[in-house]
Write a protein that binds this ligand. Structure first.
Ligand SMILES: Nc1ncnc2c1ncn2[C@@H]1O[C@H](COP(=O)(O)OP(=O)(O)OP(=O)(O)O)[C@@H](O)[C@H]1O
Ligand SMILES: [Mg+2]
Length: 501
């Protein structure tokens, strides 16, 4: 027995010695290359095949890597012995990742495969035209050579599908922002993300139910229309323009869209982007199934001054933009063509299933080129609160259906709501403040609506009066030259009479 333990101890000592030698001879950055080399030699004798799935594939992020990561973090992950657990700030769920160089055995339809997660430090960069991530991450998938076709076809398709489902059902959606313009971080990403937790849904959105249903159908048609877009040769993307006064629910609508489809949101801060090529880089680094949002597009680029350099010059006056957003000569280097290409050019299709949403309070300021179908396919006017929208707000905030409310009060509300021109944001505020006392909430709401309606009526009658005055003035102005010319003609005739007695 003693001999057995001695042998075990010496073998362990030998193993530790070999490991130390390996670590000393091959520093961290060379270890990955060594393992690869070793694996190559080993591969020629083995009945297994190996596939490497790296995080970054050339200039683009590798979607397969993220799909595998998500897939392995699902129930399959419970069979692993060692996992790294993550919980992102504000996230509601814990995610599991395979630790570095750990393995996991998975089986699908009776075929066994092994996943290994490999993380290595990148070698010190000598020269690179773009900064590369400090860490190199990848999965190595190994399977028996005889199962090669099955693994590359059905199994990887299954992994992608499963990841898609998981993403929709469980994972928090992400909200990305380009807070440092278009430059890349240490991992080669220009976007920073936080979990997207906005609770707005189409259920809570107060707007005309028919319009709402139309938008929801349009979104689902888009999301399920992969084969249609493929067959018709169209890029699988759709543009929505949301316009209307502040507080009518444009941002809430974007959140509802994302929650409805389970998409991530890329909130593009255009004023932080310096050039068209930065804009393109940002686009290249977005993933499929996402909504790219440019809020207040009229404030991001001063489209009103398009003619400053002549129509078609595509340069804009950027006086309203921060200095960092201008070129050397004080001109912004983002051009209309850059923005149009962003939404409609060849580069706009580098991800599939993309939605572009632009919002504005002043649709009249936007260039028609930006608004045409194919770029902004659906124009959605977010209006002041209507009676049907009000009923949704009352149901949400006061937790009561309209048949539980006083019929007379409802009638009065219906009569006054359109004239009052109040935004859902203003109405929400009154309801939130008085949500513990329904009757008080409705009374205060009615008072505010009446006040606003009276004010609007007064404004309207004043405007009408002014318009009448303007009309009179115009009439007088158009008549007076006639009178003057009559007088002139009369005096000329008089002079003639005097000259020719
Ligand atoms: N149609 C709506 N349905 C439900 N809530 C709404 C609606 N419109 C506004 N609200 C409420 O008002 C607040 C402001 O709305 P939101 O930010 O969506 O308006 P917006 O149109 O994006 O305004 P802005 O043009 O100033 O960006 C939100 O917190 C939301 O709760
Ligand atoms: Mg908004």
């Amino acid at each position: 027995m003693e001999e057995f333990w001695t042998t075990i101890a010496s073998m362990m000592g030998l193993w530790a010695f070999c490991q130390t030698i390996l670590h000393t001879i091959f520093p961290q950055e060379l270890r990955f290359s060594f393992l690869k080399f070793f694996r190559k030699i080993f591969n020629s004798f083995t009945s297994y095949c190996y596939y490497e799935i790296t995080e970054v594939d050339g200039v683009n992020t590798n979607e397969l890597y993220h799909a595998v990561q998500l897939y392995l973090s699902s129930s399959a992950a419970f069979s692993a012995n060692r996992l790294s657990l993550n919980r992102a700030l504000n996230s509601s769920s814990i995610t599991f990742d395979l630790s570095s160089n750990d393995r996991l055995v998975d089986s699908y339809n009776g075929v066994k495969v092994v996943w290994e997660h490999v993380i290595t430090q990148r070698q010190t960069q000598t020269f690179s035209w773009r900064p590369l991530p400090e860490e190199k991450r990848g999965f190595i998938l190994s399977a028996k050579k005889k199962d090669k076709t099955f693994v590359l076809g059905s199994y990887l398709d299954f992994v992608m599908e499963k990841a898609k489902d998981l993403r929709r059902k469980h994972q928090d959606r992400l909200l990305y922002t380009n807070s440092h313009g278009g430059s890349l971080d240490s991992r080669g990403h220009p976007w920073e993300s936080v979990p997207f937790k906005h609770p707005s849904t189409f259920e809570t959105l107060a707007m005309d139910p028919l319009k709402k249903a139309e938008i929801m159908t349009d979104l689902l048609d888009f999301a399920n229309g992969g084969s249609f877009y493929q067959r018709t040769g169209r890029a699988w993307k759709r543009g929505y323009l949301l316009y209307g006064p502040p507080g009518t629910g444009k941002s809430s609508m974007i959140a509802a869209m994302a929650n409805h489809l389970g998409y991530d949101i890329y909130d593009l801060e255009l004023t932080e982007v310096n050039t068209n090529s930065e804009l393109r880089k940002l686009l290249m680094k977005t993933s499929s199934k996402s909504i790219i949002v440019i809020e207040d597009i009229d404030c991001s680029i001063n489209l009103a001054n398009r003619n400053k350099n002549g129509i078609g010059s595509n340069n804009y006056n950027v006086s309203s933009l921060p200095a960092s957003n201008r070129g050397e000569d004080g001109e912004n280097t983002i051009t209309l063509s850059g923005l149009l290409n962003f939404t409609d050019g060849l580069w706009s299709c580098c991800g599939n299933e993309m939605i572009f949403v632009f919002t504005t309070n002043h649709v009249e300021k936007l260039d028609p080129a930006l608004l045409r179908s194919g770029r902004m396919d659906m124009h959605i006017h977010m209006r002041f609160c209507s009676f049907s929208a009000l009923k949704i707000l009352v149901r949400n905030y006061l937790e009561c259906e309209d048949d539980q409310l006083d019929g007379v009060v409802l009638k009065v509300l219906e009569g006054v709501i359109d004239e009052a021109e109040m935004t859902p944001a203003d109405i929400s505020e009154i309801l939130i403040k008085n949500r513990r006392d329904k009757n008080k909430a409705l009374r205060e709401l009615l008072e505010s609506l009446k006040k606003r309606a009276d004010r609007n009526r007064m404004k309207l009658s004043e405007r009408n009066k002014n318009e009448d005055k303007d009309e009179e003035l115009e009439k007088w102005a158009s008549d007076s030259p006639k009178k003057d010319s009559d007088l002139l003609q009369a005096s000329c005739n008089k002079c003639k009479e005097i000259d020719d007695p």
